[in-house]
Design a binder for this molecule. Structure first.
Ligand code: DGY
Length: 330
């Protein structure tokens, strides 16, 4: 029997590729940039399974390009680039990689928070620019992290990871989520508050919700107006959660103190975006989950989902399990 065909839309860690190559004829897109749309469509036409990344637009047109496409396995926990209802309607299970990147992402979001507060990137730039003349009583001072109030918007796995880290810094932790987690409040030492209270009382606001039509531009001019002038915004979720024009105004006018973004809208950020000129705005290229071990685990999870899908078995981590009631493509 011929091996099934798999297309992988970028080079992923060997741990995952090895699993795929063992059971499938596996083609891997070699460029640094994602495959252009027409290339992706033509590759899907020849494939039984697709390993996608968050940079690929996965919609009904792509799913219809090949009625033999049995499974789409995304190497990410987020899947806002995928039209999931379209996949379910067509009997295609979609896999993702939840859980394995929680702590790595929370580590990084906390590092962003500390970097913005303690002005680490500015300090590095200062030294590299040969401006360091002496110890200065007022040089690059910033707000304390320890003992401050952290407001977590979205209290899922990564939000909870932030709360765990904040405890070590003796922070007061507030959270807002559409699902209140009374079961965790006492043991984790966190307090549920309405969104407005969180914005008003937090020294750091960190966003960890899913991107959807309700959360798009959740952090907008209204939200910034409610925040403390000393507050710092951290976003390691999805770029469109923050209205960048409003963020620029808030940072420029001193409405808030600083921001640290792992994600932007669009990605990469336009090089003429004025946020790039602001010293109180740190922007890094969507690397919160980029530890070597975590990326390897994400790749093996994506491979495991893909292999299960090719075999007609339930995906170990499936974002649309309802597809099995409806009936999957064979
Ligand atoms: C995800 O998995 O959704 C992250 O944004 C990328 O690691």
């Amino acid at each position: 029997m011929p091996k099934p065909k798999v297309f992988v839309s970028r080079i992923i860690p060997d741990e995952g590729l090895g699993m795929l190559r063992a059971i499938a004829e596996t083609e891997v897109w070699q460029d640094e940039l994602p495959p252009p749309r027409d290339v992706l469509l033509s590759k899907v036409k020849q494939s039984d399974g697709l390993v996608s990344l968050l940079t690929d637009k996965i919609d009904g047109e792509l799913m219809d390009a090949n009625p033999r496409l049995k499974v789409i396995s995304q190497m990410a926990v987020g899947y806002d680039n995928i039209d999931v209802p379209a996949a379910t309607a067509r009997g295609i299970p979609i896999g993702n990689t939840p859980g394995v990147l929680t702590d790595t992402t929370a580590d990084f979001a906390f590092a962003l928070l500390m970097s913005a507060a303690r002005r680490i990137p500015e300090g590095i730039d200062f030294v590299r620019a040969k401006k360091w003349k002496t110890w200065g009583p007022l040089l690059l001072t910033g707000p304390d992290v320890w003992g401050a109030t952290l407001g977590i918007i979205g209290f899922g796995r990564i939000g909870q990871g932030m709360a765990n880290r904040a405890r070590g810094f003796n922070m007061r932790v507030l959270y807002y989520d559409v699902y209140r987690r009374t079961d965790l409040e006492q043991s984790m030492g966190v307090q549920y508050v309405e969104m407005d209270t969180l914005l008003r009382e937090s020294d750091f606001v960190t966003v960890h919700t899913d991107l959807n039509e309700k959360t798009r531009h959740l952090m907008n001019a209204d939200a910034f107006a409610k925040m403390k002038r000393s507050a710092i915004l951290v976003n390691a979720s999805r770029g469109p959660m923050v209205d960048h024009a409003a963020l620029y105004d808030a940072l420029k006018s001193g409405q808030i103190y600083g921001a640290a973004l792992d994600v932007t809208e669009p990605e990469p950020i336009n090089l003429d975006n004025p946020l790039l000129q602001l010293p109180n705005c740190i922007i890094v290229p969507h690397i919160a989950s980029a530890s070597i071990a975590t990326r390897a685990k994400m790749a093996t999870m994506a491979a495991a989902n893909l292999i299960a899908g090719l075999r007609g078995e339930k995906l170990p981590t499936c974002v649309n399990p309802e597809v099995y009631e409806r009936g999957i493509r064979t």
